[in-house]
Design a protein around this ligand. Structure first.
Ligand SMILES: Cc1cc2nc3c(=O)[nH]c(=O)nc-3n(C[C@H](O)[C@H](O)[C@H](O)COP(=O)(O)O)c2cc1C
Length: 274
């Protein structure tokens, strides 16, 4: 649609969300960057007469839950609902969850030990409220669930102090997230067919996250578990994932220990779609 302006797109998306029977049905991208300015080419088709997407109501409630989980009497029913959803495998065994929590910390540390990884991560973080992009993009303190003291500590631990702390064996405990992962009521493995185009995989990933919300649970992705080849293989075995499927990502899920306040920090649509 050559005349699709950001304003029109915004209206169409708003229509699609609010009026029953209207939905976006197609979206394609070219994977190779088109130019330094444009990352992808998208085309949209809007079709009338489609039933409202049952996951639409969960978009506003979805967030990355970075805190601990508190066990709840509703966990079993929520996991039973999630277990029949497409593309997910739930690991509920408590010993397995505790073991996976340790793998996650080891995997994360192995990536954080890479200088380029740490620099990119810090570049992407907005650890001070004075950062000029604090509300616009990246990972700010609110999105990371950190207070000012924790954010200052993170800047030092991931910055100039990382190597000395790592030599003293202190970086691992300072960065560990194992307690949060171990508090989950399940570890969810998200799988998609090998060779699928990344955009389709991404759409299913988002829908799986919304399904977790529909089941009444909160989630936080633990990408290091899927990105680390050894952990990926161990989880494939644990989840009995068939050869035709790729373990794309992993979530810890559960009942949040505190009330959730979803707030998202995104570039305005005008900056994303030109
Ligand atoms: C594909 C993908 C992978 C992610 N992996 C991680 C991760 O490994 N660790 C993490 O803490 N958050 C991870 N996140 C969560 C993002 O950091 C999060 O979406 C971002 O902070 C925005 O917050 P929101 O999800 O609450 O809108 C991931 C998100 C996506 C979409």
């Amino acid at each position: 649609m050559s005349s699709l302006t950001p304003e029109l797109l915004r209206e169409l998306v708003a229509e699609a969300r609010h009026r029953r029977g209207l939905s976006i049905t197609a979206l394609t991208t070219i994977e190779q960057p088109l130019s330094p300015r444009f990352a992808a080419l998208c085309s949209f088709a809007i079709r009338d007469g489609v039933a409202r997407d049952p996951l639409a109501d969960h978009v506003a409630r979805r967030m990355s839950w970075r805190g601990k989980f508190a066990g709840s009497s509703g966990d079993a029913a929520a996991l039973a609902q999630l277990a029949v959803c497409d593309n997910v495998i739930c690991i509920r065994d408590r010993d397995a969850i505790t073991e996976i929590a340790g793998w996650a910390d080891q995997a994360e540390l192995s990536f954080v030990r890479g200088d380029d990884y740490r620099h990119e991560l810090l570049d992407w973080m907005r650890l001070s409220a004075n950062h000029p992009h604090y509300l616009h993009d990246g990972l700010n303190r609110d999105a990371l669930g950190m207070n000012a003291v924790e954010a200052t500590a993170a800047r030092f631990v991931l910055g100039g102090l990382f190597k000395p702390l790592d030599r003293l064996g202190l970086a691992a405990p300072l960065l560990a997230d194992g307690g949060k992962t171990a508090s989950a009521c399940a570890i969810v493995l998200f799988c998609r067919p090998v060779g699928e185009d990344p955009l389709t995989t991404g759409r299913h990933f988002y829908r799986a996250w919304l399904e977790i919300g529909r089941a009444g649970l909160a989630a936080c992705p633990i990408s290091a578990l899927a990105d680390h080849p050894d952990c990926n293989e161990r989880l494939r075995q644990l989840g009995k994932i068939g050869a035709g499927l790729r373990l794309v990502n992993v979530f810890r899920v559960g009942n949040p220990a505190k009330p959730r306040k979803p707030r998202h920090f995104r570039l305005p649509i005008e900056r994303l779609i030109v």
